[in-house]
Write a protein of this length. Structure first.
Length: 135
């Protein structure tokens, strides 16, 4: 074990659950916000060419999928779904690269999708329901 490994050893067990909370918490909050602003969200989606009927699916994925990842339950499945959601959202809602803010939002969505792909590749990590069942 290197000196760097020794330095990070105390925080490694907590990095996975904190990382899951950080990457998924915003989706839970966003989904709940969409419920509270349902009509406005439908109007915005339809203005962007996306049927408002898709909103309940987006809310369900954001809230339920986000909570599942925070708990570390079926993490790889929900991480793959949310990675796809991020990429589709980037393309549908943030592909106006002439607007610097939209380009930043596009890159943010792509970066978050990358984080979810790490969860797909490596699983939930410590303090998760996925790993609790293995023991």
């Amino acid at each position: 074990m290197s000196k760097l490994d020794n330095l990070f050893a105390p925080i490694i067990p907590f990095s996975a659950p904190i990382g899951r909370l950080f990457i998924s918490g915003m989706f839970v909050m966003s989904g709940l916000n969409k419920i509270g602003n349902y009509d406005n969200t439908v109007g915005w989606m339809e203005a962007m060419g996306v049927p408002g009927a898709m909103l309940p699916l987006a809310i369900a994925l954001e809230v339920f999928g986000g909570l599942a990842i925070i708990a570390g339950w079926k993490t790889r499945i929900f991480a793959a779904l949310l990675a796809g959601f991020c990429l589709v959202s980037a393309i549908l809602f943030h592909a106006n690269f002439e607007d610097q803010v939209e380009m930043i939002m596009f890159m943010k969505n792509v970066a978050i999708a990358g984080g979810f792909l790490f969860l797909v590749a490596h699983g939930a990590g410590s303090y998760s329901l996925d790993n609790h069942r293995r023991t």
